[in-house]
Design a protein around this ligand. Structure first.
Ligand code: GLN
Length: 231
């Protein structure tokens, strides 16, 4: 049983870069984003101290499994496979996967047209499994972070990127503007949940805090701040 959770300072894993959920603000040098602020509101609601630990996404589930992390908030999709080794909070954001190609590429219009193509995505993420099960590209190139993955598309090293909808949309509206376009459908609808070591007593507390923050408007405020729309 993971019982130390409330006694001291919790270690909370987050992705290094998964905007607008978590990223380093270039002006302040601090980690910020929807996940970061939502977790802070949850921690205040429960009355716990924590230290945020940005890390490569693929280390978060193992970190929770070995209880080196007390919680993980990283735009992490709730999947049956992960549920076998960690616990999840209730879903707090509805997501899915999108395909991104160069603006001038008319050869890809969805999953079927990925045959013989080279696709980039991020290590340890749900896109890796999804591509294995639903497409037959020539190659799937795996990158440790979003920046490297998007850069590979911009420099022509891959034909497409498959990744989480909000991160793709954020890239399209900012750094990728005019250079890339989304094609195909929204694939594999998947809610994000906060992860915990199995049996953690935090799960119930965090779910209760999430309910409170949804009822008192704090969740809505954060959602609007980071996504520009009402939930
Ligand atoms: N939602 C994806 C997953 O859970 C990607 C998360 C991430 O890269 N931070 O696998």
């Amino acid at each position: 049983m993971v019982g130390t959770a409330f006694a001291g300072t919790l270690t909370v894993g987050t992705d290094t870069n998964f905007p607008p959920f978590e990223f380093k603000d270039p002006e302040t040098g601090k980690h910020t984003g929807f996940d970061v602020e939502l977790w802070d509101a949850i921690a205040k609601e429960i009355g716990i101290e924590y230290k945020l630990q940005p890390m490569a996404f693929k280390g978060i589930v193992p970190g929770l499994q070995s209880a080196q992390l007390d919680a993980g908030i990283a735009g992490m999709s709730i999947t049956e496979k992960r549920r076998e080794v960690i616990d999840f909070s209730d879903g707090y954001y509805d997501s899915g996967l999108l395909l991104l190609v160069s603006a001038d590429d008319d050869s890809i219009d969805g999953l079927k047209s990925l045959d013989g193509k080279v696709i980039a995505t991020k290590q340890g993420t749900t896109s890796v499994e999804f591509l294995k099960e639903n497409a037959t590209p020539k190659e799937v190139k795996l990158f440790p972070n979003d920046n490297a993955m998007f850069m590979e598309l911009l420099t022509g090293g891959v034909d497409a990127v498959m990744f989480d909808k909000p991160v793709i949309e954020s890239f399209v509206s900012k750094r990728g503007k005019g250079k890339v376009k989304i094609v195909g459908d929204l694939y594999a609808g998947q809610p994000y949940g906060i992860g915990f070591p199995k049996g953690s007593e935090l799960v119930g507390k965090v779910n209760a805090a999430l309910k409170t923050l949804k009822a008192n408007g704090v969740y809505n405020e954060l959602y609007k701040k980071w996504f520009g729309v009402e939930p």
